[in-house]
Design a protein around this ligand. Sequence first.
Ligand SMILES: [Zn+2]
Length: 448
Amino acid sequence: MRSAWRRGMATAGAAAVLTAVLTAPGAAADPAVSTGPGVEVEIPGPERGDAAGSGHTRVPRDGRDRPSPRLSAAEQSADGAVTKLLDNGSTGDRLDIVVVGDGYTAGELDRFHIDAKEMWAELAGVEPYTTYQSLFNVWTVDAVSNQTGVSGDPGPDAVRDTALGSYFWCDDIERLLCVDQAKVDGYVAKAPEADLVVVLANSAKYGGAGYNEPSETLGYEGISTASAGNEKSGQVAIHETGHSLGKLADEYFYPDYPGYEQYTGPEPGDSNISVLTAGDMAAQRAKWHRWLGEASPDGGVVGAYEGGGYYVTGLHRPTDNSLMRSLDKPFNLPGVEAMIAGFHRHARLATAVTPTERLLRLRDTARVSVPRLTGSERHRLKVRWYLDGRELKPLAGHTRVRVTDLVLLLLDRRTHKLSVTVENRTAAVRDPEIAKALKSTVGWNVRL
Ligand SMILES: [Zn+2]
């Protein structure tokens, strides 16, 4: 961790709390805002503890910057360079995170790469990212800014000429760090694939934003913005992936916000908030009923705690204080399950090492590579081989099979289908619908 990543809270703290008091409750932090021009973003909470004071607002799609003078030839050649910071395999089989820096001059690109590494290290330190880190690739795209730092730091009137037009004080909220989405997309498009985008601002000021609308053109699930030099900003980015990857709702609520005293609507579609009490949930076998009574990583026992989805009453959350409510807390058990489901939407557990378009003959070997999970989950990936759909049980667990080993089964000299399925049997997933999606298969045609 860069030391600045760990500092800065003392100075940012007082201002951010003051802003929180001023803006939430208040029009700027209205969680119900969802219409009007611009794009909806989540405002990060006060940096310590309870995320009340967060919320959503609509912001312009454009950034705030000065008209760009021309980059020098040297700067132009550095601009847009793509680096694979973490390589765990092909983009088609991995969840690709693209990190773009803003407010880094050409001379500061080395710093950006260090900051991007530290951002990934922080993400990889939180479960279930830790266990599943081998499912990720991390890319950096260099964006050369004319000036160092970003607009709105230290004060609302500070304007800097940066590649992505990032600015604090977005929508008059100090900690809301907005970007010019078109400019971000211009850089993201240079990476081979983007499932998730993080914009790192060259700043120590606390802040961030969650743009959780999936990109129709580039396919990514969302953009999180964060200050590279601020510890809590990284936590904001992780919280935002709870929305973009986990499709989780916020578990915080507004104690003093008119209109949010009581929820009276229908059962929400989100997996981690519910109108049901624990008893009703168990009886109806609904929502997170499979986890009720279990000890959760964020502390306490899974139940149905009143308050969540911004409402003080009428909606329940699974645990008192998970990462979807408070920064610096882990995901709770239903949250971990949802994140694992999200990871497997983008990452595949079986990768063919032997090209699948090749017809395998007698001297060939079929090879598959399987990611290595960390910790106690590493033995949970089950590898099974099939010939024409029938399991070859003695081959279970193997990652290579020689055609000669199958010779007695192939004597008819017809073309047969050899396939291998890798399935994740993790105890962290209890929903059978999610469990069904945690496997992938590759196959080859084989003939003597
Ligand atoms: Zn949120």
